[in-house]
Design a protein around this ligand. Structure first.
Ligand code: PLP
Length: 237
């Protein structure tokens, strides 16, 4: 009954996104659901595609390269994990990544810019922000964000489309709200800093435990894995 469970899980996730959006007067159509398929076998990925989800997310280069081939056309791929500079060339050459969510340092920006230009592409990215300040989390520190964006705006191979964050793992999902709110404030500040050539239309925030809260706080992209692929319904938020 695996197929049934993915369809049921998806129905729950979609309903919760809709409810959260409506609660704060947002159009649910503004929120894109990315199914995070790390560790998920291709047959189950086909089930989510069949259920109308087109956007898939992976956090490892090896896995996105392999799955992109196995799954075939009909999916749009998002890279959401920490990206090593020495893997940029293969990633860009082999996968048409529609959005890289995890630009978090100058060296990676340079590598992406150089490789994208070499193959004649402009690579859309989000800048990951470490809003919680946890040492274990990737991301640009909030105080460094605007200078970083000004500098990245000068790299023609990269197009910044917004920000991404990962909230700390909290027992109460409500505790993530503060971090999502901070990310939105960062995006507002960046959007009004007068930086030519960057966009702030996307906020990628919210995972299985806290996506309803992220939607209430303005997420335009939620990255959901377990709540879609695990057996049974997860109660969140
Ligand atoms: C795994 C992962 C997710 C999804 O996490 P779930 O808890 O399974 O929903 C989202 N974002 C990133 C960056 C991840 O690595």
């Amino acid at each position: 009954m695996k197929g049934l469970s993915i369809a049921q899980n998806l129905a729950v996730v979609r309903r919760r996104i809709e409810e959260s959006a409506c609660r704060v007067g947002r159009d649910p159509g503004e929120v894109r659901l990315i199914a995070v398929t790390k560790g998920v076998e291709p047959a189950r990925i086909q089930e989510v595609l069949g259920a109308g989800i087109a956007s898939l997310g992976e956090n490892r280069v090896q896995e996105i390269m392999a799955k992109h081939v196995l799954v075939g056309p009909g999916a749009e791929w998002h890279f959401i994990g920490r990206l090593q500079t020495n893997k940029v060339r293969r990633l860009l050459a082999e996968v048409p990544v529609s959005l890289i969510h995890s630009l978090d340092r100058p060296g990676l920006a340079e590598a992406l810019d150089q490789e994208a230009r070499r193959i004649g592409r402009v690579q859309p990215v989000l800048v990951q922000v470490n809003v919680s300040g946890e040492a274990t989390k990737g991301g640009v520190a909030p105080d460094d964000l605007i200078p970083f964006l000004r500098w990245v705006a000068g790299l023609p191979g990269i197009a910044v489309r917004g920000l991404m964050t990962m909230a700390p793992a909290c027992r109460d999902p409500e505790d993530a709200r503060l971090y999502f709110r901070r990310l939105r404030e960062q995006a507002v500040a960046a959007g009004s800093a007068g930086i030519d050539g960057i966009g702030m239309e996307h906020l990628s925030m919210g995972m299985s435990d806290d996506y309803p809260i992220a939607v209430e706080e303005g997420a335009t992209i939620v990255r959901v894995g377990r709540a879609i692929f695990e057996e049974g319904e997860r109660r969140v938020g």
